[in-house]
Design a protein around this ligand. Structure first.
Ligand code: AP5
Ligand code: MG
Length: 229
């Protein structure tokens, strides 16, 4: 007689995808949630900026595209994430910040070894009005050493224009300048926003109001990941 007991699922930890336009606060919240859950934050923007700084083959392709606010080709991103998710720390769960960003990437993710095609994955769609996005991006300052993010008004560093963590001089990201921001928002509307409908049927899809203080947004996210087993 067939065994009717439910199959035990292998433990895989919390898996999160952040969706949202540039400046929505994905990176800010992903860092907090990753620290809270003690799982890795996997940010494709950070990984690509590291590749550019290292002068790798990936960085040489990505650099000119990113500077203008365009997307980097899907096949490069899928290979990057597939490789990253194979690292042992991803078995305990992970927070994806900036991936997937196109339908091809979303489909690719489902076939990766540590990817996910199930209702287990949380998808947080962070919404912020467009004029606020522009304010956030134009005031953002960034540490090229540890990639910490600040804002000249909302989240200034303690000491003028130096990183709180390592005292590196903060700079403005090249793609936070006006023309690149316009292109990034257009790429978001055209290629990333369709993912909202793609993920909406998943049971752990949540639209989150990102137009609140970082603490208020985080406390909602913390509650959502703490609620379901
Ligand atoms: P990426 O680095 O991912 O940039 P992005 O998606 O444009 O997002 P941002 O980092 O600009 O915004 P965020 O939502 O993380 O906001 P943040 O927390 O910093 O990607 C850069 C580029 O890499 C892309 O354009 C593309 O070229 C390439 N790329 C990356 N992934 C790719 C992929 N999968 N496929 C293809 N290409 C890819 O917050 C913004 C500012 O607001 C900060 O100053 C912050 O302090 C402030 N802030 C945050 N939260 C709040 C709040 N609640 N209230 C007030 N201020 C806040
Ligand atoms: Mg970011």
């Amino acid at each position: 007689m067939a065994d009717a007991r439910p199959q035990l699922q292998p433990a895989m930890g919390v898996r999160v995808i952040f969706l949202g336009p540039p400046g929505a606060g994905k990176g800010t919240q992903a860092a907090r949630l990753a620290g809270h859950l003690r799982i890795p934050k996997i940010s494709t923007g950070d990984m690509l900026r590291e590749a550019i700084a290292a002068g790798s083959a990936l960085g040489r392709v990505a650099g000119p595209l990113m500077e203008k606010g365009g997307l980097v080709p899907d096949e490069l991103l899928n290979a990057l994430i597939d490789e990253r998710l194979r690292k042992p720390d991803a078995v305990r769960g992970y927070i994806l910040d900036g991936f997937p960003r196109t339908l091809t990437q979303a489909e690719g993710f489902e076939h990766m070894k540590q990817g996910d095609s199930t209702n287990h994955v949380y998808v947080f769609n962070v919404e912020v009005p467009r004029d606020e996005l522009l304010r956030r991006l134009s005031g953002r300052r960034w540490c090229p050493h540890c990639q910490s993010t600040y804002h000249v008004y909302n989240n200034p560093p303690k000491d003028d224009s130096l990183c709180d963590k390592d005292r590196t001089l903060l700079i403005q990201r090249e793609d936070d300048k006006e023309t690149a921001v316009a292109r990034r928002l257009a790429e978001y509307d055209e290629r990333t926003a369709p993912l909202i409908d793609y993920y909406r049927p998943r049971s752990r899809f949540h639209t989150v109001n990102g137009y609140r203080t970082p603490d208020a947004v985080f406390s909602e996210l913390e509650g959502l990941v703490g609620k379901e087993p």
